[in-house]
Design a protein around this ligand. Sequence first.
Ligand code: AMP
Ligand code: MG
Length: 479
Amino acid sequence: MTIDTMNLKTPYLSLCEAFYNETKSDPLEEPYLISFNPEAAKLIDLDESSANDPLLVSLLNGTFIPKGVSPFAMVYAGHQFGHYNPWLGDGRAINLGTLNGWNLQTKGSGETLYSRSADGRAAIRSSIREYLMSESMFHLGIATTRALAIIGSKTKIIRNAVENAAVVMRMSSSWIRFGTFEYFYYNREYDKLQELAEYVIAESFPHLEGDDDRFLKMFCEVVDKTALLIAQWQGIGFNHGVMNTDNMSIAGLTIDYGPFAMMDDFNFGYICNCSDTVGRYSYAEQPNVAYWNLTMLAKALSPIIPKDKMDKKLEEYGASLYPNAYIKVMCAKLGLLEELDTDATLVEELVIALHDAFVDYTLFFRTLSVYDGNKEALYDISMNPIAVDKWLQMYDERVKEEKTSFIQRTEMMLQENPKYVLKNHMLQEAIVLAEKGDFSMVEQLLHIASHPYDELPEFEHFAGDTPEEYKNIGLSCSS
Ligand code: AMP
Ligand code: MG
């Protein structure tokens, strides 16, 4: 398929008008292509040659609208830093429709009904971050939105400095957020809650269609998916930074990449978002905040699902779902297949050891993957080897309970513990070059993002410890 023959459907527009507002992009000046992601193109059966089709830039810029498409922005609300905001929505994103189950959306396309006082734009900086990081998360095996392409422009926008505006075309199996349900709950439009739940089931939980208990089962699956997602974030060392309920996906995806970070030196209380003064969205708090967000979702769904049944499921989140998912993720990273009662303690002690050791999180696990009893390499990467040593003694004992050989374990661990993750300093380096018109590093990072577990000798320099001055820095929310 080529861009001019794209045949999008718009099931969302079959909902009543309270759910969206039809709108149009406000095109950027002198747009140009920064990057095209052939893997994402494949998902929607778009020819790889579209990268060279001038219509691609026009599609992202809104100057070419595929046949039959009526672009629209979606309404939602949400709890931001614990406070309810009744009027959010796609303030800078415009939806085109659905192709192969992927909902296409341009982010940074100008003001919509939901922009409030903001400009509807996205900086080239944050657009590149989202474009690359969503791809990296996918290849790390974590549920996420994807991105097809990104364009830059001469249009200026004011953030902390004057920056150039960009548009990234995002793709998702669903753009519905916890906050979409909250919008209709707080407006007391309970019939719309039901309409939305039916839509979500059709879009994300089609196996529940026709089931008498489908709404409750949908809620239960959202809780399951969220528990797994957060366990995976913790396991990979990802800090989202803005876990407001409007940034929580009903399909359990990582969405709305803002001031996120991959952990450099492990710091349990790390806060990547420098506007988050109390650490509400710190790495350590993510499992708790996800729970709080799920309770807000349960409240919003209470007019259409028995509250006591949702409460029971919520209890499970803290008692078993999240902790079990987390232990499973961590044991896989440690190459442990036997499930022993003592594993929870081993993982707890590991977190303490990593925190005390001042060791790069990603590098630690990659190095541990080839650990054969010789501790030198692990000592070398730790500022405080004593902390690591104490834990390694526990690990040595635990590994004896495994039936796998060292070689088998190593093979498994090298597939669980990435060599390459996109750290903020790497993204920043690519952004500085892109702002000067050199997109080569964006392409390099896209390649690295797609091969996190491979040995890529030419990119060895991206696999090491983060330079001291860039370790665990805070990022601004401004994007
Ligand atoms: P976020 O937490 O960044 O995902 O965004 C929170 C809300 O603010 C969403 O409703 C966004 O659409 C909206 N928003 C963020 N930045 C802008 C902007 N520059 N212009 C318009 N709306 C924005
Ligand atoms: Mg958002």
